[in-house]
Design a protein around this ligand. Sequence first.
Ligand code: PLP
Length: 461
Amino acid sequence: MGPDHLANLLEPWLSDSLAGYAAVSMGIRSLVLDGRLPNGTRLPSERAFAATLGVSRTTVSAAYNLLRAEGYMRSAHGAGSLITLPAASVQRPDTRLGEPEEILDLTVAALPAPSRLVEAAVAAAAELPSLLAGHGLHPFGLPALRTAVAKHLTGRGIATDAEQILVTSGALQGWNLLLRAVGRPGRPVLVEQPTYPAVLDALRAHHLRPVPLPVTAAGWDPPPAGMTMAHLTPDGHNPTGLVADETARRRLLAGLQCPVVAVDETFADLILDGPTPPPAAALRHDVVTLGSLNKAFWAGLRIGWIRANPELLARLARERASIDLGSPVLDQLVAVHLLDDAATVLASRRDHLRRSRAALEQALRARLPDWQWFPPKAGMALWVELPRPSATRLAASALDLGLRIIPGPRFTVDGTADRWLRLPFTLTTGQAGIVAGLLEQAWERSALPTTRALRVPRWTA
Ligand SMILES: Cc1ncc(COP(=O)(O)O)c(C=O)c1O
């Protein structure tokens, strides 16, 4: 990365009044955590960067030394200075040396497995011998699972046949298969803003152009024209937890004039409050539904599906043939058994989430009364609005304290939303107070009074 580009990215930190080297190192660290300086990026030489910033070489040298000590940079002879990621376990500043404390990881919103999973696995293993005589490859999925998924969706209000289901390893694989089959490089694809980061990563990997559709407390903005595809989550938006009611989803679907509309129902079985609106595919017949058991049941299961017309499914199955040929048979059998008992398992998951949501909300209100969030109707996270920027800096301070969180910019197309933060409520209720306490400390640290401002040259000619 050239010195001018890096200086532009660092501008929010440099114009702050942090001491010179601290501003540079904190800025670089924040950009790494935010995903804007990818692992392996080569940084400019100390001399070139110092000249660009208009500071002494000692300032840049001190910043780079700090980053090396924190594990964010390594310098190899002849290869320059490269961005790295620190080891997973960091030393909390309030623990004694040699007693590393486990990190609290809130970058993943997922629950531990339900106890029913073990019974489902035992039942699946007992059934396996009946399938061992065949080759075990089912490009559309195990017939028993396609039938079970079709029944599950029919029960949710959208009549479905097994022929309309392709089993995948999750909603994310479904989205990737769809992009592979129908996406064309450079074409505009509508995505919610904010959205689940992997949705954006998949678009980039397929060289498609994400076009943001703002989602705010007021709901989904009207969609723009001219899109080739869309990815929507009206049944539980990640990260806000919004659910579009029937009127809102009818309006949204009717306003979308694009040939491929993917509705990702990852959180549809985890609507925590209010009525469950009709599935999008029941309101617009050409919707491609991406579904998953990985959030509602267990992320380690890796079973999901695509519901679409049989012609599109055949194209998707052809795409899949060059990826993994199909999902593991034993896991699919486990999924059949879990779906058999879905009503009971899901009711208890929702209860659990309501309780952990209440615990986190209460702890945050007590410690950080000026933070606000959307009241999430579905899912596993609060989308928190901070009273001032920056969530990226907060994430860097929180990591120093042993708490890993994802700041808002990771959820946007353009790196905006730095006053927002996603906080999953998937830890135990007992951990809510610890998380809020760490956030309070990190919040104070991220606003530390500063000593000296850096001179920032203007780059734009
Ligand atoms: C909107 C959305 N789609 C897909 C996924 C990933 O789903 P899966 O684990 O089934 O691939 C997530 C995970 O959080 C998500 O929020």
